[in-house]
Design a protein around this ligand. Structure first.
Ligand code: FUB
Length: 543
């Protein structure tokens, strides 16, 4: 028996875990679920959209996007109510797509109430949003906080650890001390046996859940680990996590807008391999006074309801010559390569190329494809924007673009050079503002574009790509709470879709924090287009 204990002790020591530093609660979120690996039986339950997921070769907790959290159970209250000195630690991965700008986002909650405003009975929480620890015996008016008030980094696995020894609370990020406070008089045990013990949920009913976050190695110790122990026992695992690739983010659209986890505008659609791809610019969150966009995003769907977001395909900084603006773009496929045409506000239209639709894309020219000099009928600085590329049935590619004036030209077979003169289209009836898009059906060409300001989408038809274009009127009205509504049109699995943006998601962001929506495009028997019905339901799932 003595020998057995010695061998076990040596084994634990070789793993960097001596008996004195073994956790009292330890979740590793493997296939078995939320099982307490400490052996103390504090097994938890997955709730809402929370799930055990793979992250590269790791098995981790994923909170999902629909009120996902872990209920650690009331029994954990026995542990919390006994803790004088303690350590709470967790590995957290917050995807870059997350905003984390609202109250909530608690990765650990130990509370005496599930509705603190109604029943201010005390809690402690840890939050990656404010990088910190908070404890109170009542509610927010009486909190003791050890925090920096800045979020932990996104897009990288980060170790967040809080220790308390006597009245000294210390916060560590990646094993480095970032905040210390010697006057934290409340201990976890002062809360008593906490009734609600959660991972990913706040005890304030108005707070958001910690959506779309990955966690692993959730541990509670009954002592304050030393910095050396934190480094050796907890932080040493981080490099292995950082070697893993973030899984694609998936969600179910609940209606319009179809993208709600970030702000997106100026969608361009492309059908490739039975998949609809949507490329858009990413708008900043509310309170903006102008377009602030520094990267493009890419989503794919095969059923119009389930979407996958792929890593950022292209940023304005990928074009060394460009002003820092990720304005409207258009992506097309030719001969197995994908060409991403972009606007940069004042410095021209660029083109980047990739071998897969989701990228990553690389500047193909090291200089703009088109500049203001090509926009001979314009004098303002943002004339050379909003490229739209159309490849005709004979394989000839055309590029349309412009603000206030609509230009077009042939593209060479290599897709990265203009072939021949730049031409210009007059729209006497419905003035052209921007956002041209060309598509073809049953031999007819359709040129849709934004008209006036705030913008409506107008359209013209022709039998020839070179015109003349016959004005047909307004296709889409002003889209709620946004001056622009930049459209894309695609046929996918036998149905035509109209993809645009509005400002529905956040009132103070309006025209500068926009959201991509999808509705149906229908044709009349004579080939003209029926007016778009903008809906809050969006379109149906394709079975
Ligand atoms: O998003 C910036 C600009 O606003 C686009 O290039 C225009 O089409 C308009 O939507």
């Amino acid at each position: 028996m003595k020998n057995l204990k010695l061998v076990a002790g040596m084994l634990l020591l070789s793993l960097g875990i001596n008996a004195q530093t073994s956790p009292k609660l330890w979740y590793t979120f493997d296939e078995a679920g939320v099982v307490d690996k400490s052996g103390n039986g504090y097994n938890g339950e997955l709730k809402g959209s929370a799930a055990i997921r793979s992250f590269g070769n790791k098995s981790v907790l994923y909170t999902g996007v629909d009120k996902g959290y872990v209920d650690m159970g009331e029994k954990v209250g026995d542990l919390i109510g006994s803790l004088n000195n303690f350590t709470v630690s967790c590995l957290i991965y917050v995807p870059q797509a997350n905003k984390m700008n609202q109250n909530g986002n608690f990765f650990a909650t130990f509370s005496n109430s599930d509705n603190i405003i109604a029943d201010p009975a005390g809690y402690a929480f840890l939050s990656p949003r404010v990088s910190g620890y908070t404890i109170t015996k009542t509610d927010y008016r009486d909190e003791t906080q050890v925090r920096t008030d800045s979020p932990i980094p996104t897009g990288v696995w980060t170790l967040m650890t809080y220790t308390q020894s006597g009245t000294t609370g210390t916060l560590y990020i990646d094993g480095e001390e970032i905040k210390k406070d010697a006057s934290v008089s409340l201990k976890l045990k002062d809360l008593g046996k906490t009734k609600h013990n959660w991972i990913g949920r706040s005890c304030y009913t108005g707070d958001v859940y910690m959506d779309n976050v990955y966690l692993d190695e959730f541990r509670v110790y009954d002592k304050a680990l030393t910095p050396a122990q934190i480094k050796k026992t907890l932080y040493s695992a981080v490099s292995d996590y950082r070697a893993q690739k973030e899984p694609a983010f998936r969600w179910e659209a609940k209606g319009n807008p179809v993208v709600t986890h970030k702000y997106t505008a100026d969608a361009a659609s492309m059908v490739y391999n039975d998949t609809l791809w949507i490329f858009a610019g990413e708008d900043y969150a509310g309170g903006q006074s102008y377009y602030k966009m520094h990267n493009w995003v890419v989503f794919s769907t095969t059923d119009m309801k389930t979407f996958t977001e792929h890593p950022v395909p292209l940023r304005d900084s990928d074009f060394k010559w460009s002003s820092p603006n990720a304005w409207a773009s258009h992506v097309v496929e030719k001969d197995g390569k994908f060409y991403f045409y972009t606007s940069s506000n004042t410095t021209g239209i660029g083109v980047a190329v990739a071998t897969r639709p989701e990228g990553p894309y690389k500047d193909a020219l090291g200089k703009p494809l088109l500049t203001n000099k090509d926009c001979y009928a314009s004098t303002h600085s943002w004339a050379c924007i909003d490229p739209a590329v159309f490849i005709d049935d004979d394989g000839q590619a055309w590029i349309f673009w412009g603000n206030s004036q609509c230009y077009y030209a042939k593209l060479k077979d290599n897709m990265i050079e203009i072939d021949g003169p730049v031409m210009h289209i007059d729209f006497p009836d419905f003035a052209f503002t921007e956002a041209p898009w060309v598509h073809k059906k049953d031999g007819k060409y359709y040129l849709t574009y934004a008209s006036q300001f705030p913008e409506k989408i107008a359209y013209a038809m022709s039998d020839n790509i070179n015109g003349p274009w016959e004005a047909k009127g307004i296709l889409n009205e002003i889209a709620g709470n946004s001056n622009t509504n930049h459209q894309a049109i695609s046929e996918f699995k036998g149905q035509w879709y109209f993809i645009y943006h509005n400002g529905a998601m956040q009132s103070d962001g309006s025209s500068y924090s926009r959201s991509v929506c999808i509705d149906y495009l229908h044709y009349n028997e004579d080939g003209t287009l029926k007016k778009i019905q903008m809906t809050s339901d969006s379109v149906d799932r394709i079975d």
